[in-house]
Each structure stands twice: as C-alpha cells, then as structure tokens.
Design a protein around this ligand. Structure first.
Ligand SMILES: Cc1cc2nc3c(=O)[nH]c(=O)nc-3n(C[C@H](O)[C@H](O)[C@H](O)COP(=O)(O)OP(=O)(O)OC[C@H]3O[C@@H](n4cnc5c(N)ncnc54)[C@H](O)[C@@H]3O)c2cc1C
Length: 531
C-alpha cells in the first residue's frame, strides 16, 4: 500500500480521503470508534475564530474563514449558518476593537453566502430578550455549525468510496522502517471478529491527535524534537436557556469567551474551558471548577440562571496542540504544524530527503481547517514519495461534495421539501432528522419503503431497524454508543427502553455500555446531572 494513516479523527479521516481520491492506496486505522476522541468533543463550530485575531493568528483565521463557505457548500446537510450575538462589555473590550475585529472577519475570507456583521440594540432587537436588562448593546455576525463526529464519518466514507480501507477498533501497535524501503506495521484489532493484520506502506501519517507523540515514540520508535500541549475543554448541555436559533458569544473577565448555542432542539450547549491537561487523554472528564466556570459565564448575561446540577449531559476533550512554549494555555497556537521525518525526496520547504520512507505527524489544527490541512499534508508528502508521489492526481476536495452533501445549490430546505413530497408517509420530524444526518443518502435508508412498517423492526420512539442497518453497513457503527452519541445524538432524546432495545438489537449484553450513554443513563436514574 502507499499510505497508512494512524488515527480516525477528523485529520486522519480527511487525509485518508484526500490521498485516496488522488489515487493512492490507503489504509486508515482507528484504535476505537471513528471520532471517539477530540473530534466528537468540540464546540462544533466551523468558524474563523474571532478570538484568534487578538493573538495575531491571521493566517489561521483567513484560512478558516475561507473554509467556512467551502465546507458549507460540500456538506450543507451537516453544516449550516449560525448567527452569533456578542453582548458588548466596554470594560472588557472597547467597541472600536470589536468593530475592527468584525471588519477583518467580514473581509479577510472571501465571504459570499454568509451575511456580514452588524451592531445590535438589545432594547429593541429580539436577540436582547434572553439577556439581563443591563446588557443593552452588542453585535451580530455569522459562522457555521457542524455535526463534528458525522463530518469524520463522512470523510471516512468518502475515503472508502475512493478505494481506501478503513479499519475501526484497530490500533497500530508498531511500525518500523525495513531494509526494503517500506514501513512494516502491525495492527491489532479489538473485539470479536477483528483480525490482527500486518501491512507494508510507502509512507505513514501519524494523525493520532492527543496520542501523536506516543505514536511517534512508542509505535514508530522515531525520536523527534517536537512537543505537544494537551489543553482540556469541557461543555455542559442544559435545558434550553432561551428561544431562537441564535448563539451567544459571552466575554469573560479572563479575556476568554464562552459560547451558548442552541443544541438538539431542546437544549443549550455551553462551553468551553481551557485547562492544561497532563493525564491519560482517553480518560478526560469535566471537573467541578469547569462546571462552575461555565455556569458563571452564562449567569453573567442570561436572565434564566443555570447551575451545574441543571446539566443533563456534559463532554470533554483535549486539544492536541503544538507546543509553542506559550505560558498562557488559552493563547497556545491553534494552527496546525507538520513534523516530517525521512522521505525519498525533499518537499518545497526543504523537509525530508534522507532516503528512508517518510513519516508525517500532525499537531494541532481545527475541525474547520481539516480539509486544507489534508491538502497541505499531501502537498508535503507527495514529493517525499519519489516516483509514486509524482504520479498522484492533484488536489480535488475543494469542490467535491461529501457523502449525502450533493444537494442542488446547497439548498437544504429545498431538498427536505422534495424528500417529504416523495415520502409523504414519513413523519416530518423524522424526514428532517434523516435529511440533516444523511442528506441525499437518506434515500438508501428509505429504499423500497412505502410506510413506517417497512423500516422495521421498530426499536421504540423514532428508531427503526433500517437506520441502524444503514449505520452498521455504511458507517462502521458497532455499539449502541456509536449510534447514540457519535453517528447521531439520539442518546439525548430516546427513552431508556429504546436505548436498551437498541443495545439488545446489536447483541450487547446488559451493562456493557460504559460511554456517554451509560453515564447519562445513570444520571437520569439518580435524577441528577451526569457525573
Ligand atoms: C473543547 C474543544 C473544543 C473545540 N472546538 C472546536 C470548534 O468549535 N471548531 C473547530 O474547528 N475545532 C475545535 N476544536 C479543535 C478540534 O476538535 C481538534 O483540532 C480536532 O478534533 C483534532 O482532530 P484529530 O484528528 O487531530 O484528533 P482526534 O479526533 O483526537 O483523533 C485522533 C485519533 O487517533 C486515534 N489513535 C491514537 N493512537 C492510535 C493508534 N496507535 N492506532 C490507531 N488509532 C490511534 C485516537 O483513538 C483518535 O480517535 C475543539 C477542541 C476541543 C478539545
């Protein structure tokens, strides 16, 4: 094979897709489920990052702003525009500074579909209704929302459709350079039915996120002078704090910001935090200080007050950031950095070229910039692959829809109306949910069905066997948690009985669930917030 990609988060899946579409033979291995780590724990924004302008990250902000519209066009089912309301607090940031930031935001990145920013008078505008009376003025601007874990799955799906092999619950335990000029890798599959495999590859991409240095040192045995900063971020999900589709960006005294975002129809998503993290990235959990911090930020602005016990769910992740030696964890660069070792030629920046098979490791990055990151990774890697690299096809993903995203003119509501017209037996809320999750691939779930009975078996609430089958066959779903928390967020909506029926349908034994679902379930049964 040409390329082994280690890590099925957004960066690994994006690179595997890009490489496979250029004609390389690719294997992607993920030790857990796709998007099980950082890439399902984000704030879920495709955004330029207004805050990063203060840290002079102009390259990152510009690339991210341009990507908003590219990704919105490629996946209009799982990505949509979101209006952000910024209450003004003059002692935190003067109005001229905010206006300048928003001016740059409006103009740095080739905005076409998204509306520009504007000032808002909260005494007159409905955006002011949920806010305390002393919050009188502010601004509104646009960014986008993304279903982060679904973005990962769609990239893996597209990689497979371009010929890549995607192995979930398969860890790369060892990869070493052989005398034959190839990497020799041993992959270990977890669970029943999984077989350990060995592969040879011309190149390896290490996209292991929080485990990137561990994969470098322990898996590949390569010693590189690079450091990683793990910065934890947590979110709380609380019952809806306000009506309306707008999100709020709340300024804090520590110069950070906290978002309040309408979430899954019934809830508000609050977060995030920034905390240096030095333990196992697989065991990251919110702590009491973070819960209090997030609630304090919301309570400063909203009339409806919230406390940590109101949270019906929470999640945490660690940002795998390149260590730029910044003392302030909130200011460590969010930009991505590649580390290259080996190569059969040199890239345009002079990296590589010692005549050994190349290894490219990814540090940092944002969900927002994953597509550009993947393109840049291939630009760096192809010259290091010698003649094989020279025969690869050029960059292709900018105008390529992700699976289900081939919606005419990216007109989601138009597609939904058409879907409902063609399947008028499907309840409207199910049609909307399917269209949002699966886009045009909804047709594969509904194929041949003329009534709900044809989608059976019915597992309870709005969950039917046809959707579960689709997720197993096309999206690598194996466990109830894969389906309830990463392929969908049905874990927030389905009754316990339906969740148990799903687990039984998948052949899981009672009590096997240890992930988010199990935590929410135990919290519900105790009548308290998930711990
Ligand atoms: C709290 C928080 C909020 C964020 N909000 C945003 C946001 O709103 N917008 C945005 O654009 N970005 C956001 N980000 C950043 C973004 O989430 C990350 O940059 C991105 O998800 C990192 O993806 P990744 O693929 O590098 O890592 P991961 O998603 O962590 O993927 C790495 C994968 O590698 C696997 N792996 C590790 N070792 C092995 C091995 N030996 N073999 C096989 N597999 C292995 C892991 O299991 C894991 O799934 C946020 C991050 C955090 C933490």
């Amino acid at each position: 094979m040409d390329l082994l990609v280690i890590g099925g988060g957004i960066n690994g899946a994006g690179i595997a897709r890009d490489a496979a579409g250029r004609g390389l033979s690719v294997v992607l291995c993920e030790q857990a489920d796709l998007a099980q780590a950082t890439s399902s724990a984000s704030t879920k924004l495709i955004h330029g990052g207004l805050r990063y302008l203060e840290q002079y990250e102009f390259r990152l902000v510009r690339e991210a702003l341009i990507e908003r519209e590219v990704l919105l066009g490629n996946a209009p089912h799982i990505i949509w525009p979101l209006t952000f309301v910024l209450p003004h607090v003059s002692k935190l940031r003067p109005a001229w500074m905010v206006r300048l930031g928003l001016f740059l935001y409006d103009h740095l990145g080739g905005r076409k579909r998204l509306p520009g920013s504007r000032g808002v008078d909260f005494t007159k505008d409905p955006f002011g209704a949920p806010l305390k009376d002393d919050v009188r003025k502010g601004f509104a601007y646009s960014d986008c929302w993304v279903e982060d874990s679904r973005l990962v799955v769609l990239n893996a799906q597209d990689a497979r459709e371009h010929g890549a092999e995607v192995l979930t619950r398969t860890a790369c335990r060892r990869a070493r350079r052989g005398d034959d000029g190839l990497w020799h890798a041993s992959l270990e599959a977890a669970g029943p039915g999984g077989a350990d495999r060995t592969f040879t590859a011309r190149a390896v991409v290490n996209a292991a996120g929080p485990w990137v240095t561990q994969v470098l040192g322990q898996v590949t045995g390569v010693n590189r002078p690079v450091g990683l900063r793990l910065v934890k971020g947590s979110h709380l999900v609380v019952p809806k704090l306000y009506d309306g589709d707008q999100a709020y960006i709340l300024q804090n005294d520590d110069r950070r910001i906290v978002f309040a975002i309408p979430y899954e129809r019934d809830y508000t998503l609050l977060g995030t935090t920034d905390k240096l993290y030095e333990s196992d990235p697989g065991q990251v959990e919110i702590d009491a200080d973070e819960r209090a911090y997030i609630c304090r930020a919301a309570n400063r602005y909203f009339k409806r007050q919230v406390n940590p016990d109101d949270a019906i769910w929470h999640y945490s992740g660690v940002r795998p950031l390149y260590d730029d030696a910044n003392e302030n964890v909130s200011a460590v660069t969010r930009d991505y950095v590649f580390d290259v070792d080996g190569g059969f030629g040199k890239d345009s920046e002079g990296d590589g070229g010692d005549g050994t098979p190349p290894l490219l490791s990814v540090f940092g990055g944002k969900i927002t910039t994953y597509r550009k990151l993947a393109e840049h990774a291939m630009d760096k890697l192809l010259p290091l692959l010698g003649t094989r690299g020279r025969s690869a096809a050029p960059a292709w993903t900018e105008h390529a829809a992700l699976p289900g995203g081939d919606i005419a003119n990216a007109d989601f509501e138009g597609y939904l109306a058409d879907l409902q017209h063609r399947h008028d037996w499907l309840p409207a809320h199910m049609a909307r949910r399917y269209a949002r999750a699966y886009g045009t691939r909804t047709e594969r779930i509904l194929a041949g069905a003329a009534s709900l009975d044809d989608l059976g078996p019915h597992l309870g609430d709005e969950l039917y066997g046809a959707e579960v089958r689709y997720l197993q066959q096309h999206e690598w779903a194996r466990t109830a948690d894969d389906i309830l928390w990463r392929r969908t967020k049905l874990g927030l909506h389905l009754s316990e009985a339906t969740q148990d029926a799903l687990a039984a349908h998948l052949g899981e034994t009672a009590g096997a669930r240890t992930g988010a679902g199990a935590r929410l379930k135990s919290a519900r049964s105790q009548g308290v917030a998930a711990k």
